[in-house]
Write a protein that binds this ligand. Structure first.
Ligand code: SF4
Ligand code: SF4
Length: 113
């Protein structure tokens, strides 16, 4: 089992999750984060910390697409464990549907560097 980051993180990226993860298994893309499924220890502490409610346990149905996205990009994007400010327009996009199709970027984020 693992936890996965889903659609509503895109363009919101509040980053409250990275500060609480005990194993630092978040990775940063240009406009969303993902969780490395082999590093996540299923502690669940990040799930209630996400203001966008974008983090789900993989026991929820219909998460196959997001499981693959988290696994694929966690090995390509830089690690992030230190919270930065959310994008200034994060609220504008919070709750919008279909963000993956509209906005997903495969480009890496800056990470902690
Ligand atoms: S707290 Fe939620 S919206 Fe923010 S970066 Fe983490 S998963 Fe994305
Ligand atoms: S469930 Fe725990 S280990 Fe997994 S990403 Fe969230 S905080 Fe990190």
């Amino acid at each position: 089992m693992t936890y996965v980051v889903t659609d509503n993180c895109i363009k919101c990226k509040y980053m409250d999750c990275v500060e609480v993860c005990p194993v630092d298994c978040f990775y940063e893309g240009e406009n969303m984060l993902v969780i490395h499924p082999d590093e996540c220890i299923d502690c669940g502490v990040c799930e209630p910390e996400c203001p966008a409610e974008a983090i789900k346990p993989d026991t929820e149905p219909n998460l196959d697409k997001w499981l693959k996205i988290n696994a694929d990009y966690a090995v390509q994007w830089p690690n992030i464990a230190i919270k930065r400010d959310a994008p200034a327009d994060a609220k504008t996009y919070d709750g919008e549907t279909g963000k993956f199709e509209k906005y997903f970027s495969a480009e890496p984020g800056q990470g902690d560097a």
